[in-house]
Design a protein around this ligand. Structure first.
Ligand SMILES: [Zn+2]
Length: 371
C-alpha cells in the first residue's frame, strides 16, 4: 500500500486541509477502482467501512491478489470533517455558501468530445482508451482558487479514468441502498446482492451532477454524441448508502467491506476465485418512481414503519401531530414498495420530506435527488 497526501488550496492564511489517498496495486496494470468515504463528511459509517476495506486490501496485496489498481480515500472530505456549529457536525453542505458537497461536480463531457473529434475508430477497446486519456487530460486542466472547488477537482482527477467508482455515503435512518445509472442496472444489482441492498434506485440523470454521475455519465453522453463508433460504458459508478448515520457497527462494517472486496474480485480488479452471488434482496427500481413522504404541516413525527420494511399503497408511514389542535395527520404512501430511508428528527416542518419509498408506479420529473 502506498500512502499519498494531497494538500488542498487554502482560502485562509495559516489553514491547510489535505486529502489522504491509499493506493493498492499498480497504475495502469488492470481494471481500476476508486473508492471514497464520506464526501458528505458526517456520514461516518462510510469512514468505518473504509478502515475495514483498507485492512482487507492490504491482505489482498500481501497475497499478490491485486490484479488491477485500487485507489481508496479513507475520508474524502477533510473540509466537511472540520465543520462544527454549536456542537453539531455539519458535513453535507459547505458552511460558506450552503452548497452540497456532492453536487455540481465538473462535467467533462464537452472537453472530452472536443478532444475525440476525428480520432475514434471501429475498435471499442481502443476508443475506450482514447476516452480515458481525454478524461484524464480534461481533469488535469481543472483549476480552483478555493478549497471546495479544489477538493471536487482532485476527487475527479483520482476517479475519472476508473472502471469502477464507489462513493460511500449513508442516509439518516436507512436500509442499505444504492443509486446508479439505468443502463448499468446489472452491475448495480450484482453489487446490491453482495451488499444485501434493500433498494437500488436507477436514473439516467438525477440532476445537479453528483459525484457518481460526474464519473459515469460522460460515457453515456459520448455514446450519444458519437453514435457511429463502438464505445463501452467504461465506468460503473454508484453511490452506496451504508444504512443510517448511527449504524456504526464493527461486524456490519467488516461485512460491507468484504462485500466490496467480493465485488472487486468478480470485476477482475482483484484476482482469485469469485464468490457466488447471493440471492438478491431487491430488484432495481426507477429513482423517478421513488416516493417522498412529505409533511404538509409542522408537528411531531411518529413513525409507523422501520427502514427496510415493505409497504402497501395506502399504508400509513407516519403521523404528524399538530401541537395547537392535537389533530393527528396520517401520512400515507401512494406506492407499494420498500420504505428505504427516513429522517432522524421527529419534528416536521411544512414540506419536509420525512421518508422515501422505493416504488414502481410513480413518475416524477425534474431533479430527482433532494438537497
Ligand atoms: Zn451522502
Amino acid at each position: 500500500m502506498h500512502r499519498e497526501t494531497i494538500e488542498l488550496v487554502s482560502a485562509t492564511p495559516g489553514q491547510r486541509h489535505a486529502l489522504t489517498v491509499l493506493r493498492f496495486g499498480q497504475v495502469g496494470r488492470g481494471p481500476k477502482a476508486m473508492i471514497q468515504a464520506a464526501l458528505h463528511a458526517d456520514e461516518v459509517p462510510a469512514l468505518l467501512v473504509a478502515q475495514q476495506l483498507s485492512q482487507l486490501l492490504e491482505a489482498e496485496e500481501a497475497a499478490g491478489c491485486v490484479a488491477g489498481e485500487v485507489v481508496l480515500l479513507p475520508y474524502a472530505n477533510p473540509l466537511g470533517l472540520s465543520q462544527h456549529v454549536l456542537g453539531q457536525h455539519h458535513g453535507r453542505f459547505d458552511l460558506h455558501d450552503g452548497v452540497n458537497f456532492n453536487r455540481h461536480l465538473p462535467d467533462l463531457t464537452d472537453a472530452v468530445a472536443t478532444a475525440l473529434q476525428g480520432r475514434l475508430g471501429s475498435d471499442s477497446k481502443a476508443n475506450a482508451a482514447l476516452v480515458r486519456l481525454a478524461l484524464r487530460e480534461a481533469a488535469v486542466k481543472l483549476s480552483a482558487n478555493d478549497p471546495v472547488t479544489d477538493l471536487k477537482n482532485r476527487l475527479m482527477q483520482l476517479a475519472v479514468d476508473a472502471d469502477i467508482v464507489l462513493d460511500l455515503h449513508c442516509d439518516s435512518q436507512a436500509a442499505m441502498h444504492l443509486y446508479a445509472l439505468t443502463p448499468q442496472a446489472d452491475l448495480a444489482a450484482e453489487l446490491g446482492a453482495l451488499l444485501g441492498a434493500q433498494a437500488i434506485l436507477l436514473a439516467t440523470e438525477s440532476g445537479d451532477s453528483p459525484f457518481d454521475e460526474a464519473c459515469s455519465r460522460p460515457w453515456v453522453q459520448l455514446r450519444e454524441r458519437f453514435p457511429a463508433y463502438p464505445l463501452p460504458l467504461g465506468c460503473f459508478s454508484t453511490t452506496v448508502e451504508l444504512r443510517g448515520e448511527c449504524d456504526t457497527d464493527h461486524t456490519l462494517a467488516r461485512r460491507d467491506a468484504q462485500a466490496i472486496v467480493d465485488f472487486l474480485r468478480r470485476r477482475g480488479v482483484l484476482s482469485g476465485p469469485p464468490v457466488p452471488l447471493p440471492a438478491a434482496l431487491c430488484q432495481p427500481t426507477p429513482l423517478a418512481a421513488s416516493e417522498p413522504i412529505t409533511s404538509p404541516l409542522a408537528g411531531v413525527v411518529v413513525f409507523h414503519r422501520e427502514p427496510g420494511q415493505h409497504v402497501e399503497a395506502g399504508d400509513v408511514i407516519a403521523d404528524v401531530v399538530d401541537i395547537d389542535t392535537g389533530a393527528v395527520h396520517p401520512l400515507r404512501t401512494q406506492s407499494a414498495g420498500v420504505m428505504f430511508a427516513r429522517v432522524a428528527t421527529r419534528w416536521a416542518t411544512p414540506g419536509r420530506r420525512l421518508a422515501k419509498v422505493a416504488g414502481t408506479t410513480l413518475v416524477r420529473k425534474g431533479k430527482l435527488l433532494g438537497a
